[in-house]
Write a protein that binds this ligand. Structure first.
Ligand SMILES: [Zn+2]
Length: 150
């Protein structure tokens, strides 16, 4: 679809990693001032610690995605540990959306550091697909530590 006549502009999705923190409401206010909705990938442990701030994000138009519970390198974990990281974060996000009185319509997952699980990569992809996570193309994202999709 051509959004701007005569130009082949692409649609961009803004994603922000590692919510929640003490700065989350200020970031949300700034985005709202600009009329921008973002997907915020939640670190479960931090979301529990700054639950009200995460709640603020959801109730002000932001979408929360799963970014694991404690933000580990997945290639250093067993498959079961990886699964537990994802499920524990899901529980926090379900609680978050329930508290906000909002339905979770979109469930993206992003690996911490872009580390896709090393030896468990294929099994994890299968699990994420079967579990019904939404796929968000992250192939063009440059991670700060350039972890090269392990
Ligand atoms: Zn992260």
């Amino acid at each position: 679809m051509q959004l701007v006549r005569g130009y082949d502009l692409k649609t961009a999705i803004l994603t922000i990693d590692d919510i929640a923190s003490e700065n989350t409401p200020a970031i949300v206010d700034h985005l709202n001032e600009k009329g921008i909705q973002a997907i915020m990938f939640a670190w479960g442990e931090r979301t529990e610690r700054y639950f009200d701030n995460a709640l603020y994000a959801i109730s002000h138009g932001m979408i929360a995605g799963n970014h694991s519970y404690s933000h580990p390198f997945f290639s250093k974990l067993t498959f079961e540990e990886c699964r537990a990281e994802i499920e524990r974060c899901e529980e926090v996000l379900d609680r978050l959306y329930a508290s906000a009185g909002e339905e979770r319509r979109y469930r993206p997952f992003r690996f911490p550091y872009g580390d896709k699980g090393g030896a468990n990569k294929a099994a994890l992809q299968m699990y994420l697909q079967e579990r019904g996570f939404d796929k968000l193309d992250d192939t063009l994202i440059c991670y700060r530590n350039t972890y090269d999709n392990r």
